[in-house]
Design a binder for this molecule. Structure first.
Ligand code: BGC
Length: 440
């Protein structure tokens, strides 16, 4: 199963999770307020602000030809209108360092974190959000555009809105605020559309997209009408709402009542980035009114990585890539898998997941889907938002205290796949079946 010679094999990261010691974002405030479930601190994270190059060398040793990172708005513009030239220089050095290693950078402009001053203005509910994000975008492209042409405006608007306004897991910690969540998505849709056209004005060769998180919502019972309804509501809200903003320039009724004019967003992407991790089963449950009566759960027999502090992370489900690609293909744009992975400290099911993900992509491409790259989440264990260090997604295990990195067996497996530019029967035979729970 060989891929095209231009296929991108990468890893994805985000600034807050890897850079360390950034005091100016709403996530630093969230952490200071004791909202990290494990009580841990992000601290040095993976120490990228001082030495991202150590991980770039690891990426290079795996043979990767692409890497996705994000720039931290709160570093670049710590006070509104005030630019930090040292931060600009550091990002320039990082992007140049990647290019010197033959690694194509994909840059996300917003990956969940932004400056405190922006949060204090209401984040993406604020009146000036679109303008502020546009000015930031223009400046980033002016400063870094000679080193990068692949831009991801937003990482997962749907996750940002759901966790920040419905589930209370991300700042600002809103719970059950569905209407505000829809307005946040709309604000991000408008900001995305404006950034899309600004980037193209400044850089003719730019490729601009966003990263969309796609979850498979499986009705708990096939025959139960209410379970089916709850699962399809969850899918409409989570999977389809922002996609429709870009696809059609509007959301479906009645969500459309909450969001004003989105027509300018229609068609504003050159590629669709897909972040795909899991499947949840959904049962209709009257005690879950704030989540539109859908109780999401993972059956105990389903393959799973490690659990979060309070919730399961989701069923590890490689066919989710197919569901996501089928849905996103309706936009008729090239696709990149910009994230896929599993929290798995012991590396029990990650090799299985990687092999099946790659096989699924190969099948999809053979069937005609225009998928141009796979970015594994992630290279080195990093700071997993409100879960802290607990969930370990790295091909390399990290000890945050010593900054020592140790390859998990998946690092070697991924390297073999990348260097062969595909999969062979031997890998499929070795990793194709799930290890038995008792280790047999
Ligand atoms: C996010 C990452 C996160 C990963 C694993 C994605 O939704 O973009 O920042 O670390 O999932 O949970």
């Amino acid at each position: 199963m060989t891929f095209s010679p231009n296929f991108l094999w990468g890893v994805s990261t985000s600034a807050h999770q890897v850079e360390g010691n950034n005091p100016n974002s709403q996530w630093s405030e969230w952490e200071a307020a004791g909202r990290i479930k494990s009580g841990e601190r992000c601290g040095l994270a993976c120490d990228w602000w001082r030495n991202a190059e150590r991980d770039f060398d690891l990426a290079c040793s795996l043979g990767l030809n692409a890497l996705r990172l994000s720039v931290e708005w709160s570093r670049l513009e710590p006070r509104e209108g005030h630019w930090d030239t040292h931060a600009v220089a550091r990002y320039r050095a990082m992007l140049a360092g990647l290019r010197q290693r033959g690694i194509r950078p994909f840059v996300s402009l917003h990956h969940f974190s932004h400056p405190l001053w922006f949060e204090q203005q209401g984040g993406f509910l604020g009146r000036r959000a679109e303008e502020a994000f546009d000015q930031f975008t223009r400046r980033v492209v002016a400063e870094l555009g000679d080193l990068c042409r692949d831009w991801v405006t937003f990482n997962e608007p749907n996750v940002y809105a759901a966790l920040g306004y419905v589930l209370g897991e991300f700042p600002p910690g809103g719970k059950g605020e569905l209407v505000r969540a829809i307005r946040v998505l709309s604000g991000m849709g408008r900001a995305h559309a404006r950034a899309y056209s600004s980037i193209h004005q400044l850089q003719a060769s730019a490729q601009v997209g966003w990263a969309h998180n796609y979850v498979v919502f499986q009705p708990a019972t096939a025959s139960g009408k209410l379970d089916r309804l709850a699962a399809s509501l969850a899918a409409e809200l989570f999977n389809n709402s922002f996609l429709r903003v870009i696809e059609e320039g509007r959301m479906a009724f009645p969500l459309s009542l909450a969001n004003g004019d989105l027509a300018q967003a229609r068609g504003t992407c050159d590629f669709v980035g897909l972040n795909v991790y899991s499947r949840f089963h959904v049962a209709f449950d009257t005690s879950y009114a704030s989540q539109l009566f859908g109780r999401a759960f993972v059956p105990s027999e389903a393959p799973q990585g490690d659990r979060g502090a309070e919730n399961p992370y989701g069923e590890a489900y490689p066919p989710a890539l197919r569901c996501a690609a089928q849905r996103a293909a309706r936009l008729n744009k090239p696709m990149y898998i910009l994230e896929n992975g599993v929290p798995d400290a012991a590396d029990k099911i990650r090799p299985w997941l990687i092999v099946h993900a790659v096989k699924e992509l190969h099948d999809l491409i053979r069937e005609g889907y225009d998928i141009r790259g796979y970015f594994h989440w992630t290279l080195t264990d990093n700071f997993e938002w409100s879960e802290g260090w607990r969930l370990k997604f790295g091909l390399y295990a990290l000890d945050p205290a010593t900054q020592d990195r140790r390859p998990r067996s998946s690092a070697d497996l991924y390297k073999t796949i990348v260097q062969a530019n595909g999969l062979n029967r031997d890998l499929l035979r070795r990793y194709g079946t799930l290890p038995l729970p008792n280790g047999g």
